[in-house]
Design a protein around this ligand. Structure first.
Ligand SMILES: [Zn+2]
Length: 285
């Protein structure tokens, strides 16, 4: 197992650490790949550079294949994810899409992975709003074809998974994928780890969902923006959402003033442009 871990990671340039349990590599496109070996699966998290809001995609590597969760945003991310999948040398058995935002699916068409499993709300919203989202991307892309995945246990690539849906957080519906044999949950955009958030009008439900994650005991969270995290990083995001809540509570917020205030409060958070983008699209209170 150790030999295999090292060999496949060696396909990625600039190996920083070579522990068989956890390793990090820098990608050609300036992103990073974290790899963790667990009893149930190897887990690879691709994290794009700050210019792409550290958006993350994850690969669950089981004995018989790969499961990709989300598909990257920029052309660099598409190439990096493709290189990661190729380096692992196993077939992609399924692509799971966490939610409707195009920073998580714009790369799939170019990677030749146009079909995804997603939740019913995400499927309906993509059908309605997806073509306009695709047209607004800087690079050509198409909306993924969605087959609806019911919540519950799911076995893919020889790995037992548990799919759940969380409503009204950063997006109307976000899929979470638990890997019980790895004490890990892929929670995507419910959890921003030291990255400015794409804020919604559902801040109370979002904070409640984070408190639910916090109470789960020792768990690794693979997040939608930023590095893999533990529950220790959750209070920081709750504080972020509690700080922005009064700033966007009434009328149409002054976008530049809100961004400046949040940068002042959270100077170590990356990608304030993502916050600015969300404020420009926030429906009036
Ligand atoms: Zn996102």
């Amino acid at each position: 197992m150790q030999r295999r871990s090292l060999l496949s990671l060696a396909a990625l340039p600039m190996l920083h650490a070579a522990s068989p349990a956890a390793a990090q590599a820098t990608t050609a496109g300036g992103g990073r790949v974290h790899t963790t070996t667990t009893p149930a699966a190897r887990l690879h998290s691709y994290i794009s550079p700050a210019a792409a809001a550290h958006v993350a995609a994850h690969v669950i590597e089981g004995p018989t294949g790969l499961v990709l969760v989300d598909g990257g945003w920029t052309p660099e991310a598409r190439q990096d994810i493709r290189a990661l999948l190729t380096s692992l040398g196993k077939p992609v058995q399924a692509v799971l899409l966490s939610h409707l935002h195009p920073d998580h699916w714009a790369g799939l068409a170019a990677a030749g992975l146009p079909e995804v499993l997603a939740g019913p709300t995400t499927a309906a919203l993509l059908q309605r709003a997806g073509p306009a989202m695709a047209a607004a991307q800087k690079q050509p892309t198409t909306v993924p074809r969605v087959a609806i995945q019911p919540p519950g246990p799911l076995r893919l690539a020889g790995v037992d998974l548990l799919v759940s849906y969380v409503a009204d957080t950063e997006a109307p519906e976000i899929m979470t994928v638990e890997i019980p044999g790895a004490a890990t949950i892929i929670v995507q955009d419910i959890f921003y780890n030291r990255v400015h958030a794409y804020v919604s009008r559902q801040l109370d439900a979002w904070i409640a969902a984070l408190k639910g994650l916090e109470s789960r005991g020792p768990t690794t969270f693979l997040v939608g923006h930023g590095e893999p995290a533990t529950a220790r990083e959750i209070p920081r995001l709750i504080a972020y959402l509690e700080t922005i809540r009064p700033l966007v509570a009434t009328g149409t917020p002054n976008q530049a003033a809100v961004v400046a205030e949040m940068v002042r409060h959270f100077p170590d958070f990356a990608a304030p442009d993502l916050l600015a983008l969300s404020l420009s699209r926030l429906p009036p209170a």
